[in-house]
Write a protein that binds this ligand. Sequence first.
Ligand code: FAD
Length: 387
Amino acid sequence: MDFEISKEHKLTIEVVRSFAEKEFKPEIARKYDREERFPWEIHRKAAQQGFVRPHWREEYGGQGADFITTVLVVEELCRADSTLGQAIHTAQFGSELINMYGNEEQKRKYLPKIASGEWTSSGAATEPARGSDITMLDTTAQRNGNYYIINGRKTFISNAPISQFAVVLCQTNPQLKHRGQSLIIVERGTPGYETTTLHGKLGIRASETGELIFNNVKVPVENLVGQENQGFYYFLNFLNLGRVEVSAEALGMAQGALERALSYAKERVCFGQKIINFQVWQHRLVDAATQLEAARLLVYRAAYYVDKYRNQPRIPPEVTSMVSMAKIFTTRTAIHVIDEALQVFGGYGYFEEFDIERRYRDIRITDIYEGTTEINRNIVASYLIGK
Ligand SMILES: Cc1cc2nc3c(=O)[nH]c(=O)nc-3n(C[C@H](O)[C@H](O)[C@H](O)COP(=O)(O)OP(=O)(O)OC[C@H]3O[C@@H](n4cnc5c(N)ncnc54)[C@H](O)[C@@H]3O)c2cc1C
């Protein structure tokens, strides 16, 4: 057992930290948040530094690093700024499915452009009537000779308005329910494929969200990812990585909030003394720091095991359960820690000046996307009960 962070990982943290200190200006983050726009320029700079999927192999634009490196990058980006960090991290969503299950040609075509920041992508499972339960889908892909004809609609899709392609979970055989689903790559510009933008999110507003609409979209069979009718299983495996990454987002956002609260508490004077001198605040901040440290151990451990099994056909159920535990604990803890941090700032925390209100809004999604806390509890329960 080794709890030491390696030299390489420490270096990764330092590099991301110095990049974020230079590039993540609060006024820039507020602007993208206000305008609900993706920060292309900063994203491309981050990608040039190798912050997009460092665990991908070098021939696909990665650095051949381990998955823990990716997790540390996500944590550090979100620690520096919740809005910019989350948007930059999420820009590649769905591409991991190609890295995990795509063929050589697909990997060479799509992954380098994602890693370089030139393109962004979407991964689409959720539909208007199907979110937590995707065991049956309304979006269908019917085989017709060398093509699939796709019809349906996906909603709440990250990067929908700006992604060059989407990896779409479709029902290829409705009789087989989840055993009859497949992943198909659909490129922007394909006739019949349209995207919309959904406005008015509570937080993560620099990550653009929208719908994908498929109206008799004709896609060559070469765009099938992996085997036909295996898509549901691929998607569940992929969520193991995604859930650890969302946990890292939450960890970073909360860590950054705690640090800001600590410095504010050392400055703000009430009743003739600094807030930090009130024992109640010392204890509340200690509790927050302790809870985050516990969350960090869960996240790093889950990342370690996911890294170990991610190239195998199936990630073992004990690892999936570990991942869900990490996401449940970390996201709920982070929501609480940011709430505590905001309280330290009093009324100032309620305004945008100290960027705590933005973190307070941004953190909330981590408990919802890539499986709500309730769904993750169901996963752990199945494992514990032995279903
Ligand atoms: C900003 C944003 C970005 C997103 N990005 C993507 C994306 O890129 N790709 C994608 O495919 N999806 C994406 N999603 C969708 C997200 O994953 C879903 O919103 C989420 O899985 C929940 O589905 P739902 O919204 O339909 O809620 P529902 O499934 O309708 O659930 C409603 C409530 O019921 C609870 N519930 C449901 N079933 C159970 C049960 N069995 N036991 C106990 N409680 C239950 C849920 O936990 C939740 O609290 C995104 C969502 C948002 C908001």
